[in-house]
Ligand binder design. Structure first.
Ligand code: TXA
Ligand code: MG
Length: 317
């Protein structure tokens, strides 16, 4: 059931239930992070392998101190400027969070979400919330309460409706447990926003397929059911696949192609607008029942990098 009753959401979480919650990035599948059974339920509902750890959500920075050994100075700078917002930090755990949340790793992932409703909910609770994105493992992330309802609605008692996510891409993940920060996932904050806020030059450590630092960085992810390809040249791809039922995802000034279901991530060429539309449009294309979805690559700047990362994984075999 979808609703806007924050008190009810809090009650359900207190009684160990898993519910859908809004954040500014994507919707989360949330439970009491200190309740191991509830956390186990998250893994089951999402059909997520136990080696893929969860992010814990807090109402503010101060409430995180009780769960970590250290909070390096640059990480403080980052969080002072960028929280609440789409930033997740990996910090060394002091052991207070159940190991299951970090899949046995000594580092925990923490963030303060930048959505009014989730902050209000976290403020009511006596515990942090473990929450992965509220999609079945491997599928497209949800950016509206209806997306969660469509796929997980029967498995959870409540979805708190906070409207359409304002960012639309998952948080940027930074391993802040060592001297040199490492970016493990591109996301809602761009590289330059991170560099500026933390006065740092982080190392980029994406695509850790063989030695996953962030196991969610598996090559195949965010995948529609239909066959999906990523191209620099839509026209050439269309010719190559002529005769098939194709739908396309475009960006910027591009003429309409007749007879093809087509969605444009941002006609004005804004990567920020494209981020907000990305997962909703991927779902619409997937529901259009075409044999093949063809997407353009975005310019490798601002949010274009994080979007291309998602598109590349959607296209991975
Ligand atoms: O924006 C977001 O981050 C959303 C909202 C709901 O907060 N959450 C999200 O969660 O994207 P999820 O589970 O879909 O992706 C979390 C990523 C995964 O790739 C996971 O492997 C990584 O964070 N992660 C979590 N804890 C980790 C840890 N202790 N060490 C390494 N990677 C970790
Ligand atoms: Mg996810």
């Amino acid at each position: 059931m979808i609703g806007t009753d924050i008190e009810r959401a809090a009650e359900l979480l207190r009684s160990g239930k898993v519910i859908g919650i809004p954040t500014e990035t994507v919707y989360g599948l949330a439970a009491n992070a200190l309740n191991e059974e509830a956390v186990l339920d998250i893994y089951q509902i999402k059909n997520r392998p136990s080696f893929d750890p969860l992010i814990s959500h807090f109402p503010n920075k101060d409430s995180i101190y009780g769960y970590v050994k250290e909070f390096p100075v640059y990480a403080q700078k980052l969080s002072d400027t960028l929280w609440p917002g789409p930033l997740t930090l990996l910090l060394e755990s002091n052991g207070k969070l159940p190991l299951m949340i970090s899949s046995g790793s000594p580092k925990i992932a923490v963030r303060v979400p930048g959505h009014k409703m989730s902050l209000e909910l976290l403020g009511l609770l006596e515990f942090p919330l473990a929450a992965p994105s509220a999609n079945p493992f491997g599928y497209i992330s949800p950016t509206r309460a209806e997306h969660v309802e469509a796929q997980l609605g029967e498995k959870i008692p409540y979805i708190l409706d906070g409207g359409e996510c304002s960012i639309g891409l998952e948080s940027t993940i930074i391993d802040a447990s060592s001297e040199r920060p490492k970016i493990l996932r591109l996301g809602g904050y761009t590289l330059s926003e991170i560099a500026e806020a933390g006065e740092i030059e982080p190392e980029l450590l994406l695509n850790q397929n063989s030695n996953p630092q962030a196991p969610g960085q598996l090559d195949k992810h965010y995948s529609p059911k239909s066959k999906f390809i990523l191209t620099e040249n839509i026209k050439a791809s269309l010719e190559e696949h002529a005769g098939k039922k194709i739908s396309i995802l475009t960006f910027g000034a591009m003429e309409e192609i007749e007879g093809v279901f087509q969605l444009n991530l941002s006609k004005s060429g804004s990567t920020r607008e494209a981020a907000k539309n990305l997962f909703h449009y991927l779902r619409m294309l997937d529901e259009s029942e075409s044999e093949l979805i063809i997407s353009v690559k975005l310019p490798e700047e601002e949010w274009g990098l994080a979007i291309n990362d998602r598109l590349r994984r959607a296209a991975a075999k």
